[in-house]
Design a protein around this ligand. Structure first.
Ligand SMILES: C[S@@+](CC[C@H](N)C(=O)[O-])C[C@H]1O[C@@H](n2cnc3c(N)ncnc32)[C@H](O)[C@@H]1O
Length: 301
């Protein structure tokens, strides 16, 4: 969604931008290209391999960017507050990570059950699958994967791991297929379970919530935050953030009770009324992009 990202960020020559999810650096390169001759970019990714690829991809723009390995949550530790015209968070896993069997993200390539964005973090998906109590596993599958058969799957995994540890993506797919046999050419039944595990391994709910606030701190007045979500769970967190900062009241407590609301000055304007989706042409060339949902928010004075 390169054209859509550039438009949503309103990239201009001389602007300052941050890309919190560099991946292979495609969006970052497009931002540096469009902001020529003197636009600047801060970039980070948790994945050291992604960082190396981005470094190479961005070489033609040397001198105009600073990259650091790390989470977008920590951007405010090294990017000055209020310094950016735009921040991009392209959430989730990259095609490169998905296609690398050794990373364990894909149910289509057999590999170790890893699923960590950063090799320095823990736990791995194998540790979660083999060591998490059944009720907690079921909660992960239900809440993070919206999996209707969450408890049945957790019990099947428990039965299998009592026999032998589940260490590979192929083994986990086989266990899933015993409970939910694949039908036809539609979405594979293990898809939701894999998504849930990846989110749990990388603490994605907490990270996205903290990361949106971190990104917001970097923006100057009228600066834009652009987020690309890849599934309903990510989109919900992004929209929740947008609603919270655009309201003229603050919700006090876990439930919104009108009598307890506190007035607040809205900080944010939604740039588009609805999520922007990839063009038909993009989906034709890159089928994985079909689920992408882009949201853009402007910081109001
Ligand atoms: C969808 S890809 C981004 C692709 C990128 N926009 C491009 O143009 O190539 C998402 C990237 O975010 C990284 N990532 C996931 N969680 C992160 C976090 N908390 N902080 C920084 N990077 C993260 C992943 O390692 C992956 O490289």
């Amino acid at each position: 969604m390169v054209a859509e990202v550039l438009a949503a960020l309103a990239v201009r020559p001389g602007g300052v931008y941050a890309d919190g999810t560099l991946g292979g650096g495609n969006h970052a390169a497009a931002i540096l290209e469009r902001s020529q001759p003197d636009g600047r970019l801060y970039g980070c990714d948790l994945d050291p391999e992604a960082m190396s690829r981005a470094q190479v991809r961005l070489e033609p723009f040397a001198g105009r960017f600073v990259l650091r390995e790390g989470s977008y949550v920590t951007l405010p530790e090294w990017v000055p507050a209020g310094s950016c015209d735009g921040v991009l968070l392209d959430l989730g896993v990259s095609s490169h990570e998905l296609d690398t069997a050794a990373r364990g993200f894909s149910l289509r390539h057999d590999g170790p059950l890893d699923m960590r964005f950063s090799p320095h973090s823990s736990p791995t998906a194998a540790a979660l699958v083999n060591e998490t109590p059944v009720a907690e596993l079921a909660r992960i599958f239900r809440e993070l994967g919206e999996e209707p058969a969450a408890l049945r799957l957790a019990r099947a995994i428990d039965q299998e791991r009592r026999r032998t540890r589940i260490e590979t993506t192929g083994h986990l797919v086989a266990v899933t297929e015993r409970v939910l046999p694949p039908r036809g050419r539609g979405v594979h039944p293990a898809t939701r379970l894999f998504q849930a595990l990846r989110m749990a391994v990388n603490r994605e709910v907490e990270t996205i919530r903290e990361g949106l606030l971190a990104a917001w701190k970097l923006l100057r007045e009228n600066g834009r935050l652009v987020c690309i979500a890849f599934h309903g769970g990510e989109a919900r967190l992004v929209k929740e953030f947008g609603h919270r900062l655009s309201r003229n009241y603050e919700v006090v407590g876990p439930v919104d009770r009108p009598e307890f609301r506190r007035p607040q000055t809205p900080q944010l304007r939604w740039v588009h009324r609805h999520a922007v989706r990839p063009s038909r042409e993009e989906v034709r060339v890159n089928r994985r992009s079909r689920s992408s949902l882009l949201y853009a928010f402007e910081r109001i004075p």
